[in-house]
Structure formats: structure tokens, C-alpha cells
Ligand binder design. Structure first.
Ligand SMILES: *[C@@H]1O[C@H](CO)[C@@H](O)[C@H](O)[C@H]1NC(C)=O
Ligand SMILES: *[C@@H]1O[C@H](CO)[C@@H](O)[C@H](O)[C@H]1NC(C)=O
Length: 159
């Protein structure tokens, strides 16, 4: 079955995009704790993972693969495509407590995902959400319409 859904909402363009990485930022401790908690929660295949697998206590989380911060040290971007995550992200996920997140990519090679969590509306600052081929089942929750800053939503599925 070929099911291809693609939405690109391009009403709000300029104002919400900020620098995703600066070598001068140090991540905030509570954001780092959430990322490490997220790593613990997610079920992923460490032999395919190139990002999550390397996250560790040792350094500034703003320099971890797949993580981008703003100048204040808040995590604003998570690019976790192709990380072989199974069982997805639930409503209790630490990911939904990364409140400053603007860009989230869980595209590809992820599978067995439950429906997109309703708690996604906690991520008020999201501008880009990419769940392309992320295996999320079920309906897109209505809560997604409360994400007022969303510019781009990719829920395309090639399978
Ligand atoms: C810890 O993180 C650093 C920097 O990302 C990485 O080079 C190193 O391999 C990681 N260590 C482990 C055990 O994953
Ligand atoms: C979503 O991510 C995939 C994989 O990185 C990429 O190929 C696709 O272009 C992205 N979609 C958008 C709208 O950026």
C-alpha cells in the first residue's frame, strides 16, 4: 500500500526560527537530565543508532549529535531520524517536557509507534515536526492544531 500524506503549512515563516547550534552555549542541567531520561525511555537499536547511542553524561548536551540549543542553552532542535526507535514516544515521554523544542524529526526507520501523543500540544514552540515514515499509527490527534507556530508538518508514509 502506498499512502502518501504531506502537509506543508507555510503561513508563519520568519520569526520563530533561531540558531540551532552555537559552540558557546552550554546546555541547561534540567534539559540535559531530560535528554538522558529520554534516552533511557526510548527503545532503540544501538547497532543502527548513530546519535542516541552516543549521548552521555560526559559533555555539553548542546554538542550531542542530533541536539541543537539556543543561546540560552535550551534544547530547540532534536533530529532523531533513522535512529531505529521502536515503540515510539508516549504521552509520558520526557520529550514532551523539552518545552523549548522548535524542530523535531523522528523520521524513518522507526517502527511500532503508538499514535502521536496528545501531549504534543505541550510543545508550544514547535515550528517543524517531521514524522515521515516514523511508523506512528492511528489518527493525527486534534491537539496538533493547537500548535500555533507550526510551519511544517511531514507525516508522509511510503510503506
Ligand atoms: C560520549 O560522548 C562523546 C561525545 O559525543 C563521544 O565521543 C563518546 O563516544 C561517548 N561515549 C560513549 C561511551 O558513548
Ligand atoms: C523529513 O525528514 C526526512 C528524513 O530526514 C527528509 O527526507 C524529509 O525531507 C523531511 N521532511 C521535511 C518536510 O523536511
Amino acid at each position: 500500500m502506498l499512502l502518501k500524506l504531506f502537509f506543508l503549512i507555510s503561513t508563519l515563516t520568519s520569526s520563530f526560527i533561531s540558531t540551532t547550534h552555537s559552540s558557546h552555549t552550554k546546555c541547561l542541567q534540567h534539559e540535559k537530565a531530560l535528554l538522558l531520561q529520554l534516552k533511557k525511555e526510548l527503545i532503540f537499536d544501538s547497532s543502527f543508532s548513530t546519535k542516541l547511542v552516543q549521548w552521555n553524561q560526559t559533555d555539553d548536551c548542546c554538542s550531542w549529535h542530533g541536539v541543537g540549543c539556543d543561546t540560552a542553552g535550551n534544547v530547540v532542535s532534536l533530529q532523531l531520524e533513522n535512529e531505529a526507535i521502536s515503540d515510539g514516544v508516549g504521552d509520558s515521554s520526557s520529550l514532551l517536557r523539552l518545552k523549548h523544542l522548535q524542530k523535531l524529526n523522528l523520521a524513518y526507520k522507526n517502527f511500532n509507534s503508538p499514535p502521536i501523543p496528545r501531549g504534543i500540544h505541550n510543545l508550544n514552540y514547535l515550528t517543524h515536526l517531521n514524522l515521515s515514515n516514523a511508523g506512528f499509527g492511528g489518527q493525527v490527534p486534534a491537539e496538533i492544531t493547537s500548535l500555533r507556530r507550526l510551519i511544517s508538518l511531514d507525516i508522509s508514509n511510503d510503506y
